[in-house]
Design a protein around this ligand. Structure first.
Ligand code: PLP
Length: 371
C-alpha cells in the first residue's frame, strides 16, 4: 500500500546523518531533536503547543485523561474508524457512544452527534478519516452549545486544511480543544517506528498533557497526577525533523495520485470515487472507493493475483467488535456505517506511485468490475 523504501532512498543521506547524529550524541530520550520537532510541528500547524508522545493511541488516551473525563462519562465517536479511537475511551472506563458517519465523507455526522447528546456527554471525538476532515465548524458549534470537549483524531489527516465560512483556514487537528496524531510509518508524516503527538492552544492543558505523558511528573520525582510513560524517542524525532519540511510535497504527490484514480474511474457506475468537500483539503492518507454491485472479496483476490495490494479499512466497525459487547454495542443500529464497511476498498496510495503503476492498477480494477 505504501513504498517506504523508495521514499527513504530519496532522503537517505539526510536521514542517515540525522540518525548517526543521535547515536553519536547518545541523547536517546528527550533532548534537542525532540524539542526541535515539537517546535517545528507547532510552527507548521500554527498552534501554540505540540506535545510529542509514543504513538497516536497514547495521544488520544492522554488527551482524555488531561480533560479530566471520569468513568461513566459519555464520549461521542464514529464507529467507522480505526479501533484506537474508540478503544481508549473504553480503557479509561468512559462510555463510547457510537454514531453515524456521512456517507460521502466517511466522517462523523454533526446531526448524529446532536441526537446522541445526553446529560452525561462530555466530549466528541471526530476522526478525519482517510485524510478528509470532519465538519469541524458545525461540530465546534455543537460543542460550544452543549459545553463539550472536542478531541480531534487527526492521525490520518496531518497537513490537511479546514476552511471556515468566514474565510479563515486552519490545519486539521488544531480546531478542537486537543488534536491527536500518529507518526506510524505509513502515515502522511511517518517516522521509522512508533510516534505520536498532541497539540493545543491552551497553556494549562498543554502542561497537563506534558505531565501525564511523563508519569504525572511536575518536576523530577514529584508526581502530581497519575500519568503514563509515553515518549517520542530522539531517533524518531530526528527522522521527523527531516521529513516534516517534505510533508506538503508528500501530500501533493498523494493528491496527484488521487486525481489520476478519479479520472480513470470517472463515470463508472460501479465505483464511487472519494468525495472532496469544499470546506477542506483532502490529504488522501487513503484512496478509498465504494463498490456498487461488485464482489469485494473477489476483487481483493483478483488484485492480489496481479500483485496489487488493497485493504479493507475497516471490515468490522467498532460497534460490532467483540471488545465492546459489554456496552450492548451489537444492538446499535448504524445502517450507513454497516453499509460502508461492507463496500469500501482502499487502493495503494503513497508518495512514490508512478503513472505506469497507476495505469496497471486502474486497468485491473476496471477489468474486474466491468466483467
Ligand atoms: C484514525 C486513527 N486513530 C488513531 C490511530 C493510532 O495511532 P498509532 O498506531 O500511532 O497508535 C491511528 C493509526 O493507526 C488511526 O488511523
Amino acid at each position: 500500500m505504501v513504498d517506504l523504501k523508495q521514499q527513504y532512498k530519496k532522503i537517505k543521506n539526510e536521514i542517515d546523518a540525522a540518525v548517526m547524529g543521535v547515536i553519536e550524541s547518545t541523547s536517546f530520550i528527550g533532548g534537542p531533536q525532540v524539542s526541535a520537532f515539537a517546535q517545528n510541528l507547532s510552527q507548521y500547524l500554527g498552534i501554540k503547543h505540540v506535545i510529542p508522545c509514543a504513538n497516536g493511541t497514547d495521544a488520544l488516551q492522554i488527551a482524555m485523561m488531561a480533560l479530566g473525563l471520569e468513568p461513566g462519562d459519555e464520549v461521542i465517536t464514529p464507529s467507522f474508524t480505526y479501533i484506537a479511537t474508540t478503544e481508549v475511551i473504553a480503557l479509561l472506563k468512559l462510555k463510547p457512544v457510537f454514531v453515524e458517519v456521512d456517507t460521502q465523507t466517511f466522517c462523523i455526522e454533526p446531526e448524529a452527534i446532536r441526537k446522541a447528546i445526553t446529560s452525561k456527554t462530555k466530549a466528541i471525538v471526530p476522526v478525519h478519516l482517510y485524510g478528509h476532515s470532519a465538519k469541524m465548524e458545525e461540530i465546534m458549534a455543537i460543542a460550544k452549545e452543549h459545553n463539550l470537549f472536542v478531541i480531534e483524531d487527526n492521525a490520518q489527516a496531518i497537513g490537511g486544511d479546514y476552511y471556515f465560512k468566514n474565510g479563515i483556514s486552519k490545519k486539521t487537528g488544531t480546531i478542537g480543544d486537543i488534536g491527536c496524531t500518529s507518526f506510524f510509518p505509513s502515515k502522511n508524516l511517518g517516522c521509522y517506528g512508533d510516534g505520536g503527538a498532541m497539540c493545543t492552544n491552551d497553556d494549562e492543558l498543554a502542561e497537563k498533557l506534558k505531565m501525564i505523558a511523563n508519569h504525572g511528573q511536575s518536576k523530577k520525582y514529584y508526581h502530581d497526577v497519575v500519568g503514563c510513560n509515553s515518549r517520542l524517542d530522539a531517533l524518531q524525532a530526528a527522522i521527523l525533523n527531516i521529513k516534516l519540511p517534505l510533508l506538503d510535497s508528500y501530500i501533493d504527490a498523494r493528491i496527484k495520485a488521487a486525481d489520476f484514480y478519479d479520472k480513470a474511474f470517472a463515470g463508472n457506475e460501479k465505483i464511487t470515487t472519494p468525495y472532496r468537500a469544499e470546506y477542506c483539503k483532502h490529504v488522501f492518507h487513503q484512496y478509498t472507493i465504494e463498490l456498487n454491485n461488485v464482489n469485494r472479496e473477489e476483487l481483493v483476490g483478483f488484485l492480489a493475483e496481479n500483485n496489487i495490494p488493497s485493504m479493507l479499512y475497516y471490515p468490522v466497525p467498532a460497534h460490532r467488535q467483540k471488545m465492546f459487547a459489554s456496552f450492548g454495542s451489537g444492538n446499535i443500529n448504524l445502517e450507513k456505517t454497516d453499509w460502508l464497511t461492507q463496500r469500501v476498498i482502499s487502493l495503494p496510495i503513497h508518495t512514490e506511485l508512478d503513472e505506469e503503476q497507476q495505469n496497471f492498477i486502474t486497468k485491473k480494477v476496471l477489468e474486474f468490475v466491468n466483467k
